[in-house]
Design a protein around this ligand. Sequence first.
Ligand code: ASP
Length: 420
Amino acid sequence: MKSRLSLNKQILIGCLAGVAAGVVLAGLEPGDPVGQGTLYGAKLVGTLFLDLLRMVLIPLVFSSIVVGVANLRAHEQMHRVWTLTLGFFLLSMALAIVLGFTAAEVFRPGEGMQLALFAEATRDYQARQMPLADYVAQFLHGLFQNPIKALAQGDILAVVVIALVLGVAMVVGGERYKNLRGFVEEVQELCLLVVGWIMRLAPFGIAALLLQLVATQKLDLLQSLVHFIAVIIGSTVVHGAVVLPLLLYLVTGMSPLRFWRGSREALITAFATSSSAATLPVTLRCTEQHLHVKKDIANFVVPLGATVNMDGTALYEAAAALFVARLAGIELDLAHQLVIFFVAMLGAVGAPGIPSVGMLSMVLVLQSVGLPTEAIAILLPIDRILDTVRTAVNVEGDMVGSLIVQKLVNKPGSIRSTDS
Ligand code: ASP
């Protein structure tokens, strides 16, 4: 079977098998020995898959960015790639937030419900509070770290910054550092080779992760919040299936089908792992090998996007804030919505690409407009399920971004001519 079916098909089958087995398991009596044993096996396989991805993550992110920046040798081109990349990230997150607001306004999840309904859940819950000023200070402090410490601790945001600085230094240093550049380039190639091996386990890893997810959901809470869940998933899917593909098509002419074919390995991995960081090795592989984005652009845009660009998270935070406001019976005016807009974007930028991390910045968003932070207690139990789609869209944004940047960078005059 292995030699006949393509990896993509195997992953798709793994995905379906995992969900189906999860449904069967959820129907078993709690404590059923077969169920327990299967869950234990799934946990082992799922964790092994995630650990393998994390094993290559740091050397791959580091080497990709250094090589990416160092290869953007011409200063002006580098400046252009920077501007286009950040411009795209901000634009796509802004569109996501507007979509989140619109969906929450039109479908009004939470209407007719009150926070008091969830008194049981929220009574003993103390959300971790952090004032906005502290959050910004902590974020800035986290950017610049001792390189050895950041690499050893897998602090991905700091690793991105260190790699950017080193890459720029190599550009400035020029030919003198060509040996070092060659070395880092080889490290990156080797990491991608290893990712190719790890991906052979992907069908099993993804099946195991989805099985766990489906089998361990608490159905009663899902039912009471089904409207909210549907609005969030629906609007996130609209962003991922309409807004991003449309932007991509308008700028590059690439059809959504072609994009899906090239990106599905990464999208499914993101869905199953709920972590843009853990998915990064797969995202890079898809962007370079299936979507044929040039190395220098992909190596720069994708790892940076995995930590900074999170459309799904931004959309979620905006829509969830309106939902909580409605539960608490608070009407938010335009000024409040603007504050949410900026804090949601900041929260998405600062979130490090791991499961449910959006929940931390969600507290910040609620606090920023004086909404009750204990409402997090309602959002947390359903977060695992929402995180799947949101992470897939976060990862999709990075791939779309690299294709768009590649197109615009090669089009002199589209934004500003490089030789002007
Ligand atoms: N899990 C998301 C990601 O890794 C972040 C979030 O919780 O929103 O992209």
